[in-house]
Design a protein around this ligand. Structure first.
Ligand code: PAF
Length: 278
């Protein structure tokens, strides 16, 4: 595995790869867990070259969020990438990735400012800005993203479409701990009690999935069942529970194979999101 910090060196390396080879890209913010590893392993199977980036992107964090405390595990991450057969690990820094007065990408006014975008206004602007930069550096055939960040995934797909990028976005399944907790770099913030509580997030989604399996497709009723279930746990503060189609439009009736049930909660100061695609 080649570890690179410089943009021009990575570009030069990748330029030498012949056009018939497929380049996969897995952008991350590090603190790699099984979820990331599943993206890398899928990327490895489906491509000739795998590039992983680790960059804690400051522009997608809001004031007061966890930019300074975001988990950092550079050495362990590099080891994992090496073991997974990554070809290039790209570790840029802030100074390389940004200049002071830049042209900015804006998330769409509606889809970028509902749900996660409403709770974290500006988050998606910064996320799209960095993803576009990274796409232009790596110029991959396929780029891999997890379904856990469903709105992020949807906006990246839209950016690819709106800017005519020649990149195939591969949506990857959510990876869960054995007890159902969706993998996230931020799970390390949870203490034992909070982690126990957090299991109720995926439990509530499982109830919803069962209801859908039993032909209950009324969004309001399903959301109400989830809210009622979670209301037993006063330490879980629901930020939103909603049901959208794959275009991220809110829907009153679940469309099978075209719907996502999304939830965001806070336990203490820790914000957790999860979802299920039905
Ligand atoms: O999902 C993430 O880890 C980040 O939002 C991403 C896509 C690497 C951009 O910084």
């Amino acid at each position: 595995m080649i570890i690179l910090n410089r943009i021009d060196t990575l570009k030069n390396e990748l330029r030498q790869i012949t056009k018939d080879k497929k380049i996969a890209f897995v952008p991350t913010m590090g603190a790699l867990h099984e979820g990331h590893l599943s993206l890398i392993s899928k990327a490895k199977k489906e491509n000739d070259i795998v590039v992983v980036s680790i960059f804690i992107n400051p522009t997608q964090f809001l004031q007061g969020e966890d930019l300074d405390t975001y988990p950092k595990k550079e050495q362990a991450d590099a080891k994992l990438c090496e073991l997974c057969g990554v070809d290039y690990l790209f570790l840029p820094n802030k100074e390389m990735m940004y200049e002071k007065d830049e042209i900015l990408i804006k998330a769409p006014k509606t889809k970028g400012f509902i749900l996660e975008g409403e709770k974290r206004p500006g988050h998606f602007d910064g996320m799209l800005q960095i993803v576009l930069k990274l796409f232009n550096i790596v110029n991959p055939t396929n780029a891999y993203f997890g379904k856990k960040d469903a709105q992020q995934l949807s906006l990246i797909n839209q950016m690819v479409k709106n800017f005519y990028l020649d990149i195939n976005i591969v949506a990857c399944e959510i990876v869960r701990e054995n007890d159902g907790l969706a993998m996230s770099s931020r799970n390390v913030y949870l203490d034992k009690h909070q982690r126990e509580l957090a299991l109720n997030i995926s439990r509530s989604l499982n109830f919803a999935a069962k209801a859908v399996g039993a032909n209950k497709t009324n969004s309001t009723l399903i959301i109400k069942e989830m809210e009622d279930f979670l209301s037993q746990y006063t330490e879980i503060k629901i930020e939103y529970i909603t049901i959208v189609n794959r275009e991220f439009e809110q829907i009153n009736t679940i469309e099978i194979k075209n719907s996502i049930i999304l939830i965001a909660v806070k336990i203490g100061n820790i914000r957790l999101i999860d979802n299920i695609w039905v």
